[in-house]
Design a binder for this molecule. Structure first.
Ligand code: F6P
Length: 364
């Protein structure tokens, strides 16, 4: 029996279960393969006792439309930065990667499929460099991974954010207010800009275009002066004013990877008030609603394709690669390339041109 381990790492994302199901169903069409899932990414291997589950066709039946991940996830710690409590009560980290690779060997794991975003794929590449047979599957609602046209989960997030804009438009109009919607995306503006276009927001502020608050104020005032008594703004959580930084909060989660972004909408509301903008301004932070629940059909299909491809790459021993979507094909690219950079909205893109073309203020 050949054993393949699958783990899901980083923030959860609609479509993770469809990937797991794709891997398991594709493997079940071959003889002598067993798929096991590590609970909460690599934590399941690093913990004692080991926390893994056997994934068979029965386990994955009907999970393709379920949100979250049936094997859990984490965006804390990992094999290279395992949190360790020091004697003085502070936290440090330990590199447990060699120990983990050895343990996978004892467990008879032939290959690992690591489903995750940029942080997880950097871990995949580092483990590959240490000799582990590993394949990455790109996942993130932020759509910020390069060399793949889309990541699954992103279309669901855009859909949820768009529905939020739709709802906020009617209440803004009824109350003659300026309503600000803060959406996720980390330091990429894909969710914000797409939801703003789809939902018809008047202003969209994204990390790639630091905003000039006076220009935002002028565009709102010009709209109100034309008798349009309300406005909707979509702001990405990582957006920042010219010369400023993204708005970030504190986290006491031990081993949390990255910056915890929060407060962009409230900051913008205060800045607009300071600029003398008179209509009532309210903020909505969409938060984890963008990540939870049922994936849209597009994401289910892409996730299933990624799962099937990942298992086929295991059979081909095509290790050190990441599954990627290059329309219309599902291909593989070196993990080393995938972790080199991130994919951001570019000012010259057709998307930005479209937003400007319909008169949207992008804060510049
Ligand atoms: O990367 C996905 C994402 O949802 C980002 O858009 C967001 O900044 C981050 O994860 C939040 O992560 P968490 O809720 O796990 O702290």
């Amino acid at each position: 029996m050949k054993r393949v381990l699958i783990g899901t790492g980083g923030g959860d994302c609609p479509g993770l279960n469809a990937v797991i199901r794709g891997v398991v169903k594709r493997a079940s069409r071959e003889k002598n393969w067993e798929i096991i899932g590590s609970i909460n990414s690599f934590d399941g291997i690093l913990r004692e006792p080991t926390e893994v589950v056997v994934l068979d066709e029965k386990t994955v039946a009907g999970i393709h439309f379920r949100g979250g991940t049936i094997i859990g996830t984490t965006n804390k710690g990992g094999p290279f930065e395992w949190p360790v409590k020091n004697t003085d009560g502070t936290w440090g980290t330990a590199d447990r990667s060699d120990e983990m690779i050895r343990k996978l060997g004892y467990m008879g794991v032939e290959a690992v499929i690591n489903v995750g975003g940029d942080g997880s794929q950097r871990i995949s590449q580092a483990l590959y460099e240490k000799g582990l047979n590993i394949i990455g599957v790109p996942k993130t609602i932020d759509n910020d991974l390069p060399f793949t046209d889309y990541t699954f989960g992103y279309q669901t997030a855009v859909q949820i954010a768009t529905e939020a804009v739709d709802k906020l438009v009617t209440t803004a109009a009824s109350h003659n207010r300026i309503l600000i919607l803060e959406v996720m995306g980390r330091d990429a503006g894909w969710i914000a800009l797409n939801a703003a276009i789809a939902g018809g927001a008047e202003v969209c502020l994204i990390p790639e275009i630091p905003y000039n608050i006076k220009k935002v104020r002028d565009s709102l005032e010009s709209r109100f002066s034309k008798g349009k008594g309300f406005a909707n703004i979509v702001i990405a959580e990582g957006a920042m004013p010219e010369g400023g930084e993204p708005s970030a909060g504190e986290t006491d989660e031990v081993g949390y990877r990255g910056l915890k972004l929060s407060g962009a909408a409230v900051r913008l509301a205060n800045e607009l008030k300071d600029e003398g903008v008179e209509p009532d301004i309210r903020e909505t932070v969409l938060g984890h609603l963008q990540r939870g629940g049922i994936p849209v059909a597009y994401d289910r299909i892409l996730a299933t394709q990624f799962g099937v491809k990942a298992f086929e790459m295991v059979m081909e021993k095509n290790y050190g690669k990441m599954v990627s979507y290059r329309h219309p094909d599902i291909v593989s690219i070196p993990l080393a390339d995938a972790v080199q950079k991130k994919k951001y909205v570019t000012l010259e893109s057709d998307l930005v041109n479209t937003a400007r073309g319909i008169g949207m203020c992008l804060g510049d």
